[in-house]
Design a protein around this ligand. Sequence first.
Ligand code: FAD
Length: 503
Amino acid sequence: MGTISVIVIGAGLGGLAAAIRLAARGVCVEVLEKNATPGGKVNIHRAVGYSFDTGASLLTMRHVVEDLFADANRRVEDYLHIEPLDPICRYLWPDGATLDASTDLSRTENEIRRIAPEDVGGFRRFLADARRKYEVAERTFLAHSLNDLPKLLRPRYARDLAVISSWRTLSAHVGRYFRSPHLRQLFNRFATYNGSSPYRTPATFALIPYVEFGLGAWYVRGGMYELPRALARIATELGVTVTTNAEVEKILIEGARVRGVVLKNGEERRCDAVVANSDAVETYRRLIAPAARQRGFTDRRLAHIEPSCSGFVILAGTRRRYQSLAHHNIFFSTDYAAEFRAPFDELRPAADPTIYICATSRTDASQAPAGHENLFILVNAPATSARTDWNTQAPAYRDLIVRKLEDYGIEDLGGEIDYEHVITPEDFRINYHAHRGSIYGVSSNSRMSAFLRPPNKARDIEGLYFAGGATHPGGGIPLVLLSGKMAAELLIRDEGEGMRDEG
Ligand SMILES: Cc1cc2nc3c(=O)[nH]c(=O)nc-3n(C[C@H](O)[C@H](O)[C@H](O)COP(=O)(O)OP(=O)(O)OC[C@H]3O[C@@H](n4cnc5c(N)ncnc54)[C@H](O)[C@@H]3O)c2cc1C
């Protein structure tokens, strides 16, 4: 058997990670990306001397990036300058309380002691539990695709699964460790790292704070876009063809087996297998004929998959500096439960949203003209639906957010902005074909979510694999990189004969 050929649909991080791993094993890979640049939701917006990341801004689980580079026989430091952030994040509350979180836990404990002395012990116990949960997840769900579920259900994992399973919600779990409403809000917020609600997502996700406090938070110098740029470069060095402005319109399936793809311009490309990095829900809905998925993801079944939340973003260049800002900042709302009911239950933007600001200009002078800041302002937003018309609502929502930041002490923000660009959930839907504009793929708002999303290897169609936020293990940079690994490993296992090791 000769070298097999694989088409990867989409040059998001999951697609690039799969392409690199396949190419490193001698597979002939072409990546087809509908947009003009690779990176998917990790993208860049440049204007009048400002540089803004338009998606992810915080890198966690750095070792996952290192692992990918090592599999490609490369060293991270030859491509990227990744540096730790301290403080990780500055948290602010409407009553004037603030807290700087640090990976130096004694400093974080001192900060907690300052605003909630009664919770220092709770923090230690919470983090120890988070660590246990993370270590279990690392050898189970983060190491195996759910196509390997029978393996995960073996007795030796049973105890592990008991450690991370919980009937409680994250919010109920957090409530057992912290008395201070401030700290409850702070630790509930980690549900948004996979686009979910702390009032619905299971306590399993209490592992996320360990990822940040225990393993560290990182900045990629030059901006997060350097990461997909480096991955696209490595892919090309390994012989992958990355074709941009190439939208796939259809996956060709004959006899329940993938045979190739058809591009929007009508061109047909044959291949042995496809890795869809395009949103898995949208891949089934848009690219696979209903007749080919009668036994699997029918439109009816897809309609039951709840997307993660979306985001409303203001990229704001300011003609002055804001010394009170750290690199990452969170300005909390007054009523957190109401804030999550809005996007998830009522499908509307929250009236009083928690606001996140990433100002990479605080630590990286290349990001804004001298004396200016590049503010990436993000609030959670509902997935797109008929209930919100962003074309008409965006300007007023933008004004509400800017006013709220001014109330928080970001002095005359409205008057100081000299460059601005707004990104709405509708833009995420259109630009990346994200399921209802979701920014993390599928929500984890129920205990069953992990099992409802399409798995890394399609069960109904041979030769079809998935990598990206809407498949296992979920959204966020490290997890989509892992999904690329899982898809590549499953593909190599299935189609592997005749492959050579590039070394
Ligand atoms: C505003 C925002 C903030 C975020 N913050 C963070 C953060 O701080 N930290 C973190 O870890 N994560 C964060 N995330 C999440 C993270 O960015 C995503 O989970 C991750 O980048 C998604 O990668 P993916 O592999 O799923 O691919 P995507 O980024 O979804 O890319 C899929 C690619 O497929 C292409 N495509 C789709 N359909 C087709 C087709 N038919 N033909 C050809 N190409 C197609 C799309 O154009 C796109 O380029 C954030 C995301 C957003 C949007």
